[in-house]
Design a protein around this ligand. Sequence first.
Ligand code: PMP
Length: 592
Amino acid sequence: MDIQAIRREFPILAREMNGHALAYLDSAATTQKPRAVIAALSRYYEESNANIHRGVYRLSEEATRAYEDARGKVASFLGAPSPSAVVFVRNATEGVNLVAHGWGDRNVRAGDQILVTRMEHHANLVPWHLLARRTGAVIREIPITDDGRLDLAAFEALLSPRVKLVAVTHVSNVLGTINPVARIVASARAVGAAVLIDGAQAAPHLPIDLAVLDPDFYVVSAHKMLGPTGMGALVVRTSRYDEMDPFLGGGEMIRDVELDASTYADPPARYEAGTPDIGGAVAFGAAIDWLAALGMANVAERDRAVGTYAHARLSRLAGLRILGPGPGPDWAGSLVSFTLDAAHPHDIAQELDARGIAVRAGHHCCQPLMKRFGLAATTRASFSVHTTEAEIDRLVDALEGVVRKYAPRVGAGVGAGVGTGTGTGTGTGTGTGSGTGAGTGLGEDLGDDGLMREVVMDHYLHPAGREPVDGAQVEWSGKNPLCGDEVTLRLRLEGERIAGIQVLGHGCSISVASGSMLAVRLKGRTLPEARALLAGTKAMLRGEPLPAGLDLGDVEVLQGVRDLPVRVKCALLPWTTLEESLAHGETQGGHP
Ligand code: PMP
């Protein structure tokens, strides 16, 4: 594959980000789009737009043909038995929900079991939680091994006639593991269970042949396959159609409607109520043409090469740990998730962004998986056909810079590990010691919002408010589930005055610094003053003007994160924890 020629097909790759060429390493979240896909979308609207199926005129027929052609392309790309096995949906998530309602509500009963794996994306968990709630079914876990593979022996042992459905991802969006789905289908079928496979991370990277895998349901998202957002496909084993009810009702999905009853069109139309995303389907078809022209075997080989290169380079960095099985036949190579001792994933992602490198940080919608590894968040670099080894080199260089800058905190408890739960009295004290602050590399050009970074790093490396407070009457913990950051506030009140304040917890530089600033600002203040500071900080982070006469001190530098909603949550955590503790105190009558 000529990677440079491929890159020229992606207009967005010509963009600069923070003064650097964009290195887009977040294709597992959504892929960039080649010109052919963008052109197909605009050509559809320029030349062929009309509503489909019902029009008795040529333009509508043309639009209908384009929409149905796209269905045919999806079917042959995935090896579906026929175009009618393909239901267009908004995304993989909607595909799973359609099955949970359309098939699950009719076939799953109280006491039945639904098997899910611990590496599922929330999209392949929450719809089953809801189904279990509606029906009284029970969710059971297929565990995973320490190296991020399914425990197949445990899976086989769980199988019984009580299992109605097995929901499993084809490729993990955190580990890169390729699960043995053909074997899972065969075993599940032997006990009469249906199988739904989440192909969101597989279809963009592997040749898929559903004729061989033969699952009951397979879902994909177009936007992860170089196609548009708002479009996806559910492929249904045609015999399962007979066991399903419509999910949404309305136009397009009916045969005949009386005032008080209706009959339904044949599948797949039965499951496509309302006007669909016709342009999206056409552009999805164009994306599939584009991938098919590259050849999915070639794409898979290239992913493996880039992934293996990234894995090798990253694993040589001290203090960096990669999740998942790593290079081998059951690893897609399309992504690498890792933790770095020196810094929190949110800080890593922001530092990389300052160098034009886009990666994802957080729980990746896989909280049960994160818990399995005792983590709250990781950093994930994920790849596509345009990814180059040079971009991986930039990633590694930038990470070396992050290590130099954040290393003084190592050992001071800044990791993204899961602490104890929220609520009162948890006392999640980690990292009471501060770093040395020597050789922090603050002069390094890792960003242009220098003042904020300097003040934040100063608070982060030497946080205030860590000293114990004797006789605290108020203790309250807050948690940011996005990244697992935790704060525990302990306050000693003397009448209306905050005589002592201790801020414990762990998290990224922004949340730790924000907690330190809070401690400095609140000590010795009255509760009304604390409420005014709280209101002012929240207003500032929402982009509103500060109330006249309010001096937030160092807290004001946090407005540098105003445009980054994820970081706003980090900055707010200590303050929302304060707010909750004050509100709790009021309801308990414990303090005003
Ligand atoms: N499953 C997996 C494995 C995913 O990675 C994702 C997207 N991150 C989804 C499901 C959900 O995809 P969508 O948001 O497009 O529905």
